[in-house]
Design a protein around this ligand. Structure first.
Ligand code: NAD
Ligand code: MG
Length: 405
């Protein structure tokens, strides 16, 4: 197994596309990366084109599309093994021929394959933050026992990773050793498209306005999460697990320019930051080449053009998702599952024009105050089936709240 063989789960999405752009750039420079496997859920035409361009050995599509897709490939002279559904994703995630797995599926759909890759001891380049929100202890514990490496490619977490001492990068459990003098982490947030708009503007936001992010070009779900700042809430929980810290050791600062991607504060007053253009190709290339570096075609940062960098304390009344996520992180694993599951349902409801943008956090709050669900909030679930069972219960409850609106 060589290290430049990769599998991209979620190849048709924004993270998948950024990864493949890096591979194209590397290829132009004469460095060949081999794509062992790709997956896609919708946009199968695009997945087909990627198969024709990159010639993976294996591909995963939804179960009911396997036969048609396999026929389409073979009739075009492409000899590619086609697998389907969650079982297919897990098969690819544990395939011994893959060196590095890009976990680029959106939402809870990415959990099983992420955990499978970790169980198989892979190097997992993790974009799918929802899997850590739902199952952070399980995923990180499994990574330790199976000697899997998790390299964060969410830009903030990648920035923090880059600002940590090398010994901590190699084993994040040592972050607690006082020798390293880590005081706290600073997660930066762009503030999304409504930072300078009123709460009423946010209430009246159309889907088109809400999915448009000022600095980043991303998939729909994360773009809505950025507009409500639930994305930063999910990232807070993600950071607690990745870096083995309590939520109280993680600050959130709005930084509208999205140039400082996050920071680590040390006890001697030093604050280390990672800066760069807001382009996911930087964290992805960092993780692909780690511990080396490689060129990725990203525009160089021109600080003179940018001129000023601002940092603002978030308005917690307007962006109440931040406090909801902190409360969930404090309450425990069950509460984080509830936060994530209800948010996924409500983001879809907003995208389907059923609710207003501000209803998302209001209804997540209702779910987090639900008496029946509440008893499980401090439960630490030790296996994936129990996690997904509770996730389903929360989804059903969220639908009840939605119907009652
Ligand atoms: P996206 O919507 O652009 O792409 C999602 C991918 O997942 C697609 O390939 C899609 O086919 C696949 N998918 C969707 N539903 C699926 C299902 N039920 N089963 C199997 N596959 C499914 O999303 P994205 O913006 O690329 O985000 C992917 C993940 O990366 C998310 O967890 C997001 O939070 C995280 N992330 C994204 C960015 C970014 O810049 N886009 C930045 C940081 C983190
Ligand atoms: Mg991020």
């Amino acid at each position: 197994m060589t290290t430049n063989i990769i599998t991209i789960l979620g190849a048709t999405g924004s993270i998948g596309s950024s990864t493949l752009d890096i591979i194209r750039h590397q290829s132009r420079l004469g460095h060949q990366w081999q794509i062992h496997a790709l997956s896609g859920f919708s946009q199968l035409d695009k997945l087909f084109e990627l198969c024709a361009e990159f010639h993976p050995n294996r591909v995963c599509v939804p179960s009911d599309k396997v036969d048609k897709f396999a026929h389409h490939l073979s009739s075009s002279g492409l000899d590619i093994d086609v697998v389907g559904g969650q079982a297919g994703l897990m098969d690819l995630a544990s395939d011994e021929k893959s060196g590095k797995i890009i976990a680029g599926i959106v939402g809870s759909a990415g959990l099983r394959s992420t955990l499978t890759a970790v169980k198989a001891g892979k190097t997992v380049l993790l974009a799918n933050k929802e899997s850590l929100v739902m199952a952070g202890d399980l995923v990180m514990q499994t990574a330790r026992t199976q000697k899997a490496t998790i390299l964060p490619i969410d830009s903030e977490h990648n920035a923090i990773f880059q600002c940590l001492p090398q010994a901590v990068q190699m084993d994040n459990v040592v972050i607690h050793q006082t020798d390293f003098g880590i005081k706290q982490l600073w997660l930066t947030a762009s503030g999304g498209g409504f930072l300078y708009k009123s709460y009423v503007d946010m209430q009246n936001a159309t889907v088109a306005q809400a999915v448009k992010h000022p600095n980043w070009n991303m998939g729909q779900k994360i773009s809505i999460d950025s507009a409500t700042m639930m994305n930063k809430g999910l990232e807070l929980i993600e950071a607690c697990h990745l870096f083995n810290l309590d939520e109280s050791q993680i600050q959130i600062a709005i930084h509208p320019q999205s140039i400082v991607h996050s920071m680590v504060e040390y006890i001697d007053g030093s604050v280390l930051a990672q800066l760069g253009e807001p382009d996911m190709k930087t964290p992805i290339a960092h993780a692909l080449a780690y511990p080396k570096r490689m060129s990725n075609g990203v525009k160089p940062l021109n600080l003179f053009e940018i001129g000023a960098l601002e940092f603002i304390c978030p308005d917690k009344d307007k962006f109440k998702a931040l406090d909801l996520a902190r409360a969930a992180a404090k309450a425990g694993n069950g509460a984080c599952i509830a936060l994530n599951a209800s948010n996924e349902i409500l983001v879809s409801a907003f995208l389907n024009h059923q609710i207003r943008l501000t209803d998302i956090a209001d209804m997540v709050e209702k779910v987090l105050n639900d008496g029946e669900l509440h008893t499980h909030f401090n439960t630490n679930f030790h296996n994936i089936d129990d996690i997904l069972l509770f996730d389903e219960r929360v989804r059903a409850k969220t639908h009840i709240y939605l119907k009652a609106m």
